[in-house]
Design a protein around this ligand. Structure first.
Ligand SMILES: [Zn+2]
Length: 337
């Protein structure tokens, strides 16, 4: 029902300039096959807060710099000024789940931060260092979430330059998120070995900085470098195998009680990261259902959800090993002062 009315927001051939006007007189031109999805994205039937001037476009109608995933065929916002980009947070587009998943992720890590600072850490008589490390981890996660929200909100900006800047910030945010995993991980696993703890923290920091500098390269965000970008993130995340294996070795191998307790958590992290990356790179499942997962269920949304789960998982794991360090003092006395 109402499907023909909905088609009017999507009839091909509308210029961006015509987008703000109510194109209610055109006849439906699209095949019945795509009608269903158009209904989902048509804003007239999205009940509240639909700002004038926002309409949704098909993949063919959007500017080239927004064309990244041909299997997402419809529901694109485009050509918007900043004000409408922000307002579009309340409409159903193919970015809605991306935006809200990380907006809620931000709220989650913010609340976790408040909860930990106010209740958890005082309860286990945490040191000042614990507070700092906890704060760094959660702050990085929050920043990563916000950068991602920013990108998915403003990628549809009418200026390509603005859109690209937000994309760069999204990538930078991801590096910060990875840093937020490394810092508490390295800090508490190498708690009793000050030398190696410093070595790994400095190397990780240098690596993340290197990625930042790479982003300044004008070609870094180009489509030709897409594979390279994924490879760089794989290397930054995969480097964690080095401190992990080293730590297992110096902690006494797999027979150690701590290794047995903590390694499954690390493996869980790798499993989620691998899964997230597979979705991100392969564009599965929408590759097999082109046009059917435009709004819900696409690979990038799965990547977003897995990212939040990973960060939460790692936050809990850091809490676990911190509690262990408090209850099991270092054999040679605390070296973390
Ligand atoms: Zn994203």
């Amino acid at each position: 029902m109402c499907s023909h009315m909905m088609l009017q927001t999507h009839t091909s051939g509308l210029t961006p300039a015509a987008s703000s006007g109510p194109a209610m007189t055109q006849k439906p031109q699209r095949s019945a096959q795509t009608t269903h999805y158009i209904e989902l994205g048509g804003y007239q039937y999205w009940p509240v807060l639909v700002p004038r001037g926002i309409r949704l476009y098909t993949y063919e109608q959007i500017p080239v710099f927004l064309r990244d995933n041909p299997y997402i065929t419809d529901g694109y916002r485009a050509y918007l000024p900043s004000r409408l980009c922000i307002k579009s947070v309340f409409i159903l587009s193919n970015e809605t789940v991306n935006i809200w998943s990380h907006l809620l992720g931000f709220v989650l890590f913010f609340c976790l931060g408040v909860y930990n600072m106010a209740l958890v850490l005082p309860g286990i008589s945490a040191s000042r260092e614990d507070y700092v490390i906890y704060s760094i981890g959660l702050f990085c996660f929050q920043l990563c979430m916000l950068c991602s929200v920013g990108y998915h909100l403003f990628c549809c900006h009418r200026s390509e330059k603005t859109s690209r800047r937000w994309l760069a910030l999204d990538y930078a945010g991801l590096s910060i998120g990875i840093l937020g995993c490394y810092v508490p991980g390295v800090f508490y696993t190498f708690y009793c070995n000050n030398y190696w703890r410093q070595v790994y923290l400095v190397t990780v920091l240098a690596m993340i900085l290197a990625v930042f500098f790479a982003q300044i390269h004008p070609h870094y965000l180009s489509k030709q470098w897409k594979q390279l970008r994924s490879l760089i993130f794989c290397l930054v995340a995969g480097y964690s195998l080095v401190p992990t294996v080293h730590w297992v070795w110096i902690t006494g191998g797999v027979s150690s009680e701590l290794v047995q307790a903590f390694v499954p958590r690390i493996l869980g992290m790798y499993f989620m990261a691998a899964l997230a990356l597979i979705f991100y790179v392969s564009k599965v499942p929408e590759r097999y259902f082109p046009g059917q997962l435009n709004y819900v269920g696409s690979s990038h949304q799965l990547w977003h959800v897995l990212l939040v789960l990973m960060f939460y998982w790692w936050h809990q794991s850091s809490g676990f090993i911190m509690a262990y360090r408090h209850s099991h003092p270092c054999p040679n006395g605390p070296q973390h002062a």
